[in-house]
Design a protein around this ligand. Structure first.
Ligand code: ADP
Ligand code: ZN
Length: 519
């Protein structure tokens, strides 16, 4: 038994490697360092367990979760692999016994917690032993960008100096750009090979649309594309889950609400029904989903945006587990993003956490506004390069080409300037269209030079143009956080004609027309 394939088959009982597992195993067997980015359930453990068995010496696996360590050790022991774990919950006698086995060279794999690993005694013990490799599990814990920063992970950089020549691996399912960068620099893995894979869910079709009468859009979506099928509708608040469930029920679609405000027994009962029944729609907050492994969820709809692209990937990933076609629909508005920004940073607040959360939200807004393939954008965020557009998202399926809209953009930006850079898109569009609203009258905006100059386009067009300008950074939210828009230097480039502006304008017939017809 001396090839990775033999070990896979004889120890773990699997016939084939999954995705890049073989490449990773071979890379580490050859002495290389590796960063492994794969979603949960992707098969990361084998990537270090097989080299651990094949390389001489003990493999040291650093993991923050005691329960997980115990599980792994139990499984491995059952397969005949010599594995143990060392953590703070272990009685002193048992810990001594593990150390003794380690010293005698009786272990293939030792799992340990980062704080234990950093103690002087343990480091000294390891220094004299033959080691197969180091695997740092949940490596995102080294980064404040991850959701689970653990300062003790920062110390793990010392492994590079203290154990030269021993291959190091960092593994995680949280792989957005900044976290990735932190893992590489903080764990001194800049020379490591990066393996990112498994984030794609090819059977999920991604649709992202500006929000306009969201409940009606949802109803049409379910009736036209997923009648009688199971789905999840994510909403931001408990009240909205109730409202959405009621709306669907009133319109003949069986639906339940789910949120953390329900009694545990009631929550269980509703989850059970969702698992058992066909064609039930769950209108839920993010409280719903963990451990919901229903294979035939045919759609996930976000009527409110999630908080990051990771959350979006995870939540939409609950659709189509059976591999059959499924749809992820997201409806968003600039107001949603403005509200979420205020929630994250109430007083234009500062601090690292705030900056990180805002930037994650911006990445999501960018995804909503992109003119490129959604899947390419999403996977790119997880470090998984994809050369070809996917052909299975709204952008790929939209045959229209971006058209030059420089003049329209100039009108839109000029209107921001003429009204004093303190209004949101809703009012600006009214001014462009020349609508005599009470706000227009109150601020005397009939008098500004941009009043009525946008009558050649529709409200939907102008809204889309403002969203696009905000997404590309030509417009920024005002400092006070009142939802006003201000011009950035990029805006002036467009205004001065130094930079062209192109976009796909919303298709005709305008959404309103379509709605009427389908009613
Ligand atoms: P992760 O750590 O990435 O969340 P695991 O390593 O726990 O994922 O693997 C998830 C599941 O996939 C496990 O049940 C494991 O046995 C299984 N698995 C991993 N690799 C293979 C393979 N090559 N063939 C079949 N099953 C595999
Ligand atoms: Zn695509």
């Amino acid at each position: 038994m001396n090839t990775p394939r033999d070990v896979l088959k004889q120890v773990f009982g699997h016939d084939r490697f999954r995705g890049p597992q073989q490449a990773i195993v071979e890379h580490v067997l050859g002495g290389g360092d590796a960063v492994v980015l794969m979603p949960t359930g992707g098969g990361k453990s084998l990537c270090y367990q097989i080299p651990a068995i094949l390389r001489p010496g003990t493999a040291i696996v650093i993991s923050p979760l005691i329960a997980l360590m115990r599980d792994q050790v139990q499984t491995l022991t059952g397969l005949g692999v010599r594995a143990e774990c060392l953590h703070s919950a272990l009685p002193a006698g048992a810990a001594r016994e593990v150390m003794a086995r380690l010293r005698r060279g009786e272990l293939d794999i030792l799992y340990t917690a980062p704080e234990r690993f950093m103690t002087q005694g343990f480091a000294n013990l390891l220094a004299g032993l033959p080691l197969a490799l180091f695997a740092i599990d949940e490596a995102h814990c080294v980064s404040q960008w991850g959701h689970d920063f653990r300062p003790e992970y920062l110390q793990l950089a010392s492994i590079a100096h203290d154990f030269p020549g021993v291959p190091r691996m960092a593994l995680t399912a949280t792989a957005d750009g900044p976290t990735r960068a932190d893992i590489l620099t903080r764990l001194e893995l800049s020379q490591a090979r990066i393996f990112a894979t498994g984030f794609d869910r090819p059977n999920i079709r991604y649709l992202v649309e500006p929000k306009d009468q969201p409940r009606r859009r949802l109803l049409r979506f379910i009736r036209e594309e997923h009648p009688g099928q199971s789905g999840i509708v994510y909403r931001l608040s408990r009240a909205k889950t109730e409202d959405t469930a009621q709306w669907l029920t009133d319109n003949g679609i069986p639906a339940l609400a789910y949120h953390a405000g329900l009694a545990p027994a009631e929550r269980d009962r509703r989850q059970d029904r969702f698992m058992r029944e066909e064609g039930l729609v769950m209108a839920a907050t993010v409280a719903f989903g963990m451990g919901v492994d229903k294979p035939d969820v045919r759609f996930v709809a976000h009527l409110d945006p999630p908080k990051s692209l990771e959350a979006y990937h995870q939540e939409t990933g609950r659709a189509g587990r059976d591999g059959e076609p499924a749809t992820a629909l997201m409806l968003y508005s600039m107001n949603d993003f403005a509200a979420l920004r205020r929630l994250i940073a109430p007083e234009g607040g500062e601090g690292t956490r705030t900056r990180i959360d805002l930037s994650k939200l911006d990445a999501l807004a960018g995804y909503c506004e992109t003119d490129c393939c959604r899947r390419q954008t999403l996977l790119g965020y997880f470090g998984e390069a994809r050369l070809e557009p996917c052909g299975n998202c709204d952008v790929c399926l939209d045959p229209s080409e971006p058209e030059d809209a420089t003049v329209a953009a100039q009108k839109a930006l000029s209107c921001v300037f003429r009204t004093g850079q303190r209004f949101g898109a809703g009012h600006l569009v009214d001014v462009l269209l020349g609508r005599p609203t009470s706000q227009v009258e109150r601020f005397n905006h009939r008098e500004v030079s941009t009043f009525g100059i946008g009558a050649d386009l529709t409200k939907d067009h102008w809204r889309a143009i403002y969203r696009r300008l905000a997404a590309m950074g030509a417009l920024a939210p005002d400092e006070a956080g009142h939802g006003g828009l201000v011009l950035t230097p990029l805006a002036w480039d467009i205004l001065k004609g130094q930079r062209p502006f192109a976009m796909r304008l919303p298709k005709e017939p305008a959404p309103k027309e379509r709605r009427k017809r389908s009613r």
